[in-house]
Design a protein around this ligand. Structure first.
Ligand SMILES: Cc1ncc(COP(=O)(O)O)c(C=O)c1O
Length: 287
């Protein structure tokens, strides 16, 4: 939606992103022949240095698009600093918060990105099919989506075939009828997390993560994770056969995932210490 909303600006045809970002963020620019995609490499395979953004973002940059937390390393980026680098260069910042919201406290106002997006399918425990977008109020008027539908119309219930005007607020980025069952499911997840409180969720997840990290290291596994304070509850464990390990763990009722070369475990607030220990033991058996 954001990619289809930005006004075109002569001379600004670059999108700066990183090799650690999720394809959703990258592919939408790749299919736009008028855009040049600059992919920042990661020197340690875990994170990106802020200086890399400083060097790459300039007056040719239309958009800086990256994640708050990287999906395959758990590295927590300084999203406010990245948004600042984009702003200083006159570029738009788009932050993908799919792996941050629900596991760490996020204040979209203080991040200050032009667009901050997330969804309930991961840490918000609400399932797939819905996406949330926060647009900085100053940008709302400037951005007119080139894909739209009747929920974005200021006079939605006039059903006027002759005229269309965008809503004044962020609801101009809505499309058609929203998936109500999905919304109810996602509200359920959010209510549970709100009841616990995001600070307590984050503290508990830190403790669970340290238990995973300690247990895996004791068992001799090599990990691909960030150091504090950039670490989050996504732990990548190097494994010779990640899909095989995930299947074996599944047979033990342990649900984790795999990404190239690694088993990915993402403990969340509802997990117990015993479950973490059981996971480490079961993973060790897969070798
Ligand atoms: C960082 C990140 N962004 C986005 C998504 C999901 O995007 P989509 O809704 O396009 O499947 C994921 C994972 O599925 C992710 O890890």
């Amino acid at each position: 939606m954001v990619a289809e909303s930005l006004p075109s600006r002569p001379g600004r045809h670059r999108v700066v992103t990183t090799e650690l970002d999720f394809p959703t963020l990258l592919y939408q620019w790749r299919v736009k022949p008028e855009m040049e995609v600059v992919v920042l490499p990661s020197s340690d395979g875990v994170g990106i240095d802020l200086d890399q953004y400083r060097e790459a973002v300039d007056d040719r940059t239309a958009v800086v698009a990256t994640s708050h937390v990287f999906f395959a390393t758990g590295f927590v980026q300084d999203a406010a600093a990245i948004a600042g680098i984009a702003r200083d260069a006159g570029a738009v910042s788009v932050i993908d918060g799919y792996q941050s919201v629900g596991q760490i406290p996020v204040d979209v106002e203080s991040v200050g990105a032009d667009a901050y997006t997330t969804g309930p399918l991961k840490w918000l425990c609400g399932g797939p099919g819905l996406s949330y977008l926060h647009v900085r109020p100053e940008r709302i008027d400037e951005w007119e989506p080139r894909i739209t539908s009747w929920f974005a119309a200021a006079d939605q219930f006039d059903f006027d075939p002759h005229d269309f005007r965008f809503r004044d607020d962020a609801r101009r980025f809505e499309l058609g009828t929203p998936p109500l069952p999905t919304i109810h499911t996602s509200l359920g997840g959010q209510e549970i997390l709100s009841e616990v409180g995001i600070e307590r969720v984050a503290a508990r997840n830190r403790a669970l993560t340290e238990r995973v990290v300690g247990g895996c290291r004791d068992a001799g596994f090599d990990l691909r994770i960030a150091d504090e304070p950039r670490r989050s509850a996504i732990v990548m464990i190097r494994h010779p056969d990640p899909p095989g390990a995930v299947d074996a763990l599944d047979r033990d009722d342990i649900i984790v995932d795999h990404r190239p070369g690694h088993v990915r475990v993402s403990p969340h607030v509802y997990n117990t210490d015993d479950e973490i220990d059981r996971f480490v033991e079961a993973l060790a058996r897969t070798l």
